[in-house]
Design a protein around this ligand. Structure first.
Ligand SMILES: Nc1ncnc2c1ncn2[C@@H]1O[C@H](COP(=O)(O)OP(=O)(O)OP(=O)(O)O)[C@@H](O)[C@H]1O
Ligand SMILES: [Mg+2]
Length: 326
């Protein structure tokens, strides 16, 4: 009954305007349907300052090629401008604010957090804020040890690896889950100290689901003020996921046939409605695309006289098989 209502609403909206696309609720936990107007004007991005170093311009252009994420792109442009202007003010002996760039990322899995963190590392290297710009991506198990004193050693090791780059802690809220007696607390203490000791050498990014991260910051009131930048990663809309799929295929030199694109959109839509609560993300799309590429290979391998076009095209068949498999 419930599904029937959703189906009817979906059909009516599809008939009314193809420009509307269905999106499950932000956290995917309820059956409320949000209809996102895809005709919304994209956020206008700050033009790249032609005075900026070439490397900075290059990274900003790469960031612009990401699908969606308009607010995040805008924020990165702002931070870049801010950092450059603070540096110029310093050169003129004007008052300049200390640049604290530690960040909290809130969002569901597969919404682009690691991708954006990588770009942040590269961007800050080009801006000379970081001297390496690499990213060390870790989670609770990489920090928390099994006996007293072990956690501090493990955490310090990770901090050493991240010197000159970004220390990205995924599902950071899990460090506070066990309460006062848990070794996770020790890891937090070491991190807080390192944020002071290495404030010019590492950017700390703590990531995780939105609600859990807010809970985590409430449990550790001292942390909030140490992370001046909070970024929310919304779930991608269906149209954005289709564009991400096309971009992934383009980067790998494949092309979707027209029919395959329609099927792909339907299948993504189905997965968002009936799948796991966090299935509506770019990682699911990447798995699907990679599976379709392998299935295309299987489809072609027995054939004689394979043309260049055959090698390029991903067909309905490939997409259908791939969605069944993942
Ligand atoms: N806006 C985007 N444009 C193009 N590709 C994207 C975009 N966002 C994510 N992707 C791709 O989707 C995949 C998953 O993204 P990513 O690993 O950044 O997600 P995540 O939020 O870090 O997920 P998790 O929380 O599970 O680690 C990657 O292959 C990435 O390249
Ligand atoms: Mg990630």
């Amino acid at each position: 009954m419930h599904n029937t209502i959703i189906d009817i609403v979906r059909e009516v909206a599809e008939v009314l305007a193809l420009k509307y696309s269905f999106q499950p609720n932000k956290n995917g936990r309820t059956n409320v349907i949000q209809i996102k107007n895809l005709n919304e004007k994209p956020v206008k991005l700050t033009p790249v300052d032609s005075d900026s170093p070439k490397g900075v311009q290059q990274i900003l252009k790469e960031i612009e090629t990401l699908i969606g994420l308009d607010n995040i792109k805008q924020l990165l442009f702002e931070i870049q401008a801010y950092v450059e202007i603070q540096k110029k003010r310093k050169m003129e002996n004007l008052h300049n604010e200390p640049i604290v760039l530690h960040m909290i990322f809130k969002g569901n899995p597969g919404t682009g957090k690691t991708t954006v963190a990588r770009y942040i590392g590269k961007l800050f290297k080009e801006l000379n804020v970081l001297n390496k710009g690499h990213i060390v991506e870790i989670e609770r198990a990489d920090l928390v040890g099994e006996y007293i004193g072990h956690t501090a050693i493990k955490t310090k090791e990770q901090i050493q690896k991240a010197l000159g780059g970004v220390l990205f802690i995924d599902e950071a809220y899990s460090l506070a889950r066990g309460g006062e007696k848990d070794f996770g607390k020790e890891a937090i203490d070491v991190i807080v100290k390192a944020m002071e000791d290495y404030k010019d050498q590492i950017i700390f990014i703590l990531a995780g689901y939105k609600d859990e991260m807010e809970w985590f910051l409430k449990c550790n009131p001292g942390l909030r003020s140490r992370f001046p930048i909070h970024i929310e990663f919304p779930d991608y809309s269906i149209n954005e996921l289709v564009k991400i799929a096309e971009l992934m295929l383009k980067n790998r030199e494949y092309i979707l046939t027209k029919d395959a694109k329609i099927i792909l959109k339907n299948k993504i839509q189905e997965k968002l409605f009936y799948g796991h609560e966090h299935s509506g993300n770019a990682r699911m799309v990447r798995n699907l695309i990679e599976k379709a590429i392998r299935l295309q290979a299987v489809r072609l391998i027995e054939r004689k006289n394979i043309t260049r076009e055959d090698l390029l095209l991903i067909t309905i068949e490939d997409i259908q098989e791939a969605t069944r498999a993942i």
